[in-house]
Design a protein around this ligand. Structure first.
Ligand code: BES
Ligand code: MN
Ligand code: ZN
Length: 510
């Protein structure tokens, strides 16, 4: 993994393979952002002019590489766009910094060391740059390289940049050191989350996922319990069992518990962990199943967030529930028309076996509710309807509490995760009425994401504050990389969950 250091050297004296500077969009052309003064000086104050001549404007996501002048100890300068110059007295937008650092880090793969001379005016800007760089430097190479792998070399593509040295921070300042360490932890856990999502489903079975979670929990002082298929049967987890029944790889329910002796609040995170979603007997057509290894992204985000909370030593208890199953068609699979008796005792008529996420989540939500946490947040790649509504980069937030939904939306905004509040319209409940069971697992097609949210709500314990994040859009990037987001698993929702835990720890959530 890429190392992050706070450099004591200045931009003019740092020896590295490249220096990264920021360029913003000014009223009269590109403007060199603060932090790069020494670099500009080496260009005799003409860096902005040179950049403009090269066609740079300072737009968000823009990247310009230029040869370094003789005054610098690096061969290349990499200028990344930061968008509009901020108003007077305003500082650079943190998320623009995070994205730009990611763009730069992606362009630096294959190099050993790079200095980042971006505007880090305070500790939180430092965190953003550090996170962006470490997230942008991510590469999933575990399955590439063939025989060369044995020699430690990666055959396809370049290795991520070896070291990111942040300039302009104070290496001995307590606050800055803490900001860097926080970024290291959060980025590392997001990258673990991405690895899990990208791991092919023939290797990442529910059992394998549970083993990864168990090992990480033990390493980080987190309590872990795994319910296997026998324990699930004994406990009456009809939803998780019903979904997992068609697969050769049996389901699991994992409970992770991070506790702090001084904590006064407990959060429960619940993640959808379908290690592969074929649709089951309601089989998905070709074109809709190639990326369905990503259907455990919610569980991966929950897992990473709990481990991050533990590594950060937050003063809050965080319990993570991973509802793991593989949704496959076979002679033993649940059929459309079957009725499942859920862990809560409710019966569900399964009209479509492809609406499986809500079934595993329902059991996990009921189980999590038994412990009366202060709030529950579930995270799931739940519906294609949410992707139709909000696109590929924005997750939907539903909740049984308006204030909590608003808080989560604000928190997501704060950490640079696009999201939008969505309603739970009561009139959509009647579409899930079943002549046979208490409820059906499908309702009206219109508003399908909200229908799924309403279904989940019925399995949340009385009086418990709950929110549901439908990350079906942003969890997996099928397009080209952008900002600090790679192709494939993105780690969507981890930063939001971690910040929620941080805010809860300091009592900043009411
Ligand atoms: N895992 C899918 C949802 C999904 C779609 C995730 C696209 C990521 C990208 C989920 O299990 C599913 O199949 N949902 C169905 C529900 C329907 C049958 C009610 C859907 O959205 O079509
Ligand atoms: Mn499905
Ligand atoms: Zn699914």
């Amino acid at each position: 993994m890429t190392a992050l250091t706070l450099s004591t050297a200045g931009a003019a004296t740092l020896r590295a393979d490249a220096l990264v500077v920021g360029v913003a969009k000014g009223a009269k052309g590109p403007v060199v952002a603060p932090g790069a003064e020494a670099v500009d000086k080496a260009f005799e104050g003409k860096l902005a002019t040179v950049l403009e001549a090269l066609g740079a404007s300072g737009a968000d996501g823009e990247l310009t590489k230029l040869p370094a002048p003789s005054g610098l100890k690096v061969p290349v300068v990499v200028a990344v766009g930061l968008g509009q110059v901020p108003d007077k007295d305003e500082s650079y937008d943190e998320d623009a910094l995070r994205r730009a650092a990611g763009v730069a880090a992606r362009a630096l793969s294959g190099t050993r060391k790079a200095g980042f001379a971006l505007p880090v005016e305070d500790a939180s800007a430092l965190t953003a740059v550090a996170e962006g760089a470490l997230l942008g430097a991510y590469a999933f190479t575990a399955y590439q390289g063939g025989e060369k792998k044995a020699s430690g070399k990666n055959g396809n593509g370049k290795q991520p940049v070896g070291e990111v040295a942040l300039l302009g921070a104070k290496p001995r300042d307590k606050e800055h050191k803490a900001a860097a360490e926080r970024a290291r932890i959060v980025a590392a856990e997001i990258n673990v989350c991405r690895d899990l999502i990208n791991t092919p489903p023939n290797d990442l079975t529910p059992e394998a996922f549970a083993a990864v979670a168990t090992a990480a929990a033990k390493e980080n002082g987190v309590k872990v319990q795994v319910l296997d298929e026998k324990a699930l049967t004994k406990g009456g987890f009809g939803g998780i069992l019903g979904v997992g029944k068609g697969s050769e790889a049996p389901p699991r329910l994992v409970r992770l518990a991070y506790t702090h002796p001084k904590a006064s609040k407990t959060l429960a995170f619940v993640g959808k962990g379908i290690t592969y979603d074929s649709g089951g007997i309601s089989l998905k057509p070709a074109g809709h199943n190639e990326t369905m290894k990503c259907d455990m992204s919610g569980a991966a985000a929950v897992f990473s967030a709990v481990i991050a909370a533990a590594r950060l030593g937050l003063e809050v208890n965080v319990t993570g529930w991973l509802a793991l199953a593989e949704n496959m068609p076979s002679g033993s699979a649940t059929r459309p028309g079957d009725v499942l008796r859920m862990y809560s005792g409710k019966t569900v008529e399964v009209l479509n076996t492809d609406a499986e996420g809500r079934l595993v989540l329902a059991d996990a939500l009921t189980k999590a509710s038994e412990e009366s946490p202060d709030a529950i947040v579930d995270v799931a790649t739940l519906t294609g309807a949410m992707v139709l509504a909000l696109g590929n980069r924005t997750f939907g937030i539903m909740a049984n509490d308006d204030a909590f939904r608003t808080s989560l939306h604000e928190i997501a905004e704060e950490v640079g995760e696009p999201s939008w509040p969505m309603p739970l319209p009561a009139d959509l409940r009647k579409g899930m009425e079943s002549p046979t069971a208490d409820i059906a697992n499908m309702g009206e097609r219109m508003g399908g994401g909200l229908v799924a949210g309403l279904f989940l709500q019925e399995f949340v314990g009385e009086g418990i504050t709950w929110a549901h994040l439908d990350i079906a859009g942003p969890a997996f990037n099928e397009g080209a990389p952008f900002g600090h987001t790679p192709k494939g698993g993105t780690g969507s929702a981890v930063r939001t969950l971690v910040r929620l835990a941080e805010r809860t720890a300091i009592g900043d959530l009411g």
